[in-house]
Design a protein around this ligand. Structure first.
Ligand code: SF4
Length: 154
């Protein structure tokens, strides 16, 4: 995998918007809780490549966790089905830290190719506030890493 070159303007814009809400980006590393809210599996394949970049993630203090109480970021993939509404809300409520919400993939952004289905809600933002959207079907691992680094204050 290529070494990421995060776009500093993404992080700066996120930091500015969070500051306006009295919030800050996490520092010193990121603990990520991933939830599949109705994915086709394509985004998870790319996420597997992200997670395989172990040395790089460790260098930035980025790790994936199962317990939402220890997570800084809720990373959501998938269309946000009706059935995933409550689990998403409960997971976010259980998070004690900075509670940033990052959506990965066009499905999580607005329903993507499934947006006209009555079974989907049309994106995660219909359920919970979203801080950062990583578009693409699916987004490339480098794009996901760059987005995660943008969510991490230096
Ligand atoms: S964005 Fe594309 S790859 Fe990701 S879950 Fe939707 S259809 Fe699958």
């Amino acid at each position: 995998m290529k070494i990421p070159h995060p776009d500093p303007t993404i992080g700066a814009a996120l930091a500015q918007r969070l500051a306006a809400e009295g919030r800050v980006r996490p520092t010193g590393g990121l603990a990520i809780r991933h939830i599949d809210a109705g994915s086709c599996g394509g985004c998870e394949l790319e996420l597997r490549s992200v997670r395989a970049w172990q040395a790089g993630l460790a260098a930035y203090g980025i790790r994936f966790v199962d317990d939402p109480r220890t997570a800084d970021i809720l990373l959501v993939t998938g269309v946000a089905t009706q059935g995933m509404a409550e689990p998403l809300r409960r997971t976010l409520a259980a998070m004690a830290g900075a509670k940033l919400v990052v959506v990965m993939g066009d499905c999580a952004v607005d329903g993507g190719v499934f947006k006209d289905s009555p079974a989907v809600l049309g994106g995660v933002a219909r359920l919970i506030a979203v801080d950062l959207a990583l578009t693409g079907c699916p987004p490339a691992p480098e794009q996901v890493i760059n987005g995660l680094l943008a969510a991490l204050a230096s």
